[in-house]
Design a protein around this ligand. Structure first.
Ligand code: 5GP
Length: 177
């Protein structure tokens, strides 16, 4: 698989340092708040696992699986494939995402969790593609800003492959063209 990667953006050491930094910030900000860390499947899996190791306050971990599609009047809709197991009413929710690009998916998920009565909803993302943003979504915690290129690895896929790579790399254009 390595010959499909143009260059590595984050290696395992970089990722560990990012998770430590984010874990420390979350520890400070969520003292006594018993936050619910909500991972968006499937891309969040390696990240939420590593991030969780560096959060020392009590947290609950939950998972959601959503898919975005263009509905009638070309508005973007989000379909819930797997919902949370616990109610979010009155809870401080922190959504863990692998990457934020346009921000559409998260905007919809945040709306839904607020509608359900969450006390607060914030986002922690490993990667942020600011250039790709088409919404006002601003993740509170960002691991790394990256250029507007298609990346894979460490949870991120292309056609369901490459998720198991231990690093984040730019996929060679010839693979997806
Ligand atoms: P958004 O709604 O912010 O555009 O969508 C974010 C989702 O798009 C991510 O959870 C991820 O599934 C996918 N995505 C966006 N950029 C990339 C990328 O560079 N590589 C991969 N593998 N997925 C991406």
């Amino acid at each position: 698989m390595k010959d499909h990667i143009e260059s590595i953006l984050l290696d395992q050491d970089d990722i560990r340092e990012i998770c430590k930094r984010l874990g420390n910030q979350i520890d400070e900000d969520y003292q006594n708040k018993n936050p619910m860390l909500v991972g968006l499947l499937k891309g969040c899996v390696p990240f939420i696992g590593d991030l969780g190791k560096y959060i020392t306050i009590p947290i609950e971990m939950e998972y959601m699986d959503v898919s975005s599609y263009h509905g009638a009047k070309s508005s973007l809709e989000v379909k819930i494939l797997k919902d949370l197991d616990s109610p979010v009413k009155g809870r401080h929710v922190l959504i863990a995402e692998d990457i934020v690009d346009t921000g559409f998916t998260l905007t919809k998920v945040i709306q839904l969790l607020k509608y359900r009565g969450a006390a607060s909803v914030e986002v922690v993302t490993l990667l942020n593609k600011e250039e790709g943003r088409l919404t006002k979504m601003v993740p509170k915690y960002i691991g790394q800003e990256i250029p507007n290129r298609f990346v894979v690895g460490y949870g991120l896929d292309y056609n369901q492959k490459y998720r198991n790579l231990p690093y984040v790399g730019i996929l060679k254009q010839e693979i997806y063209e």
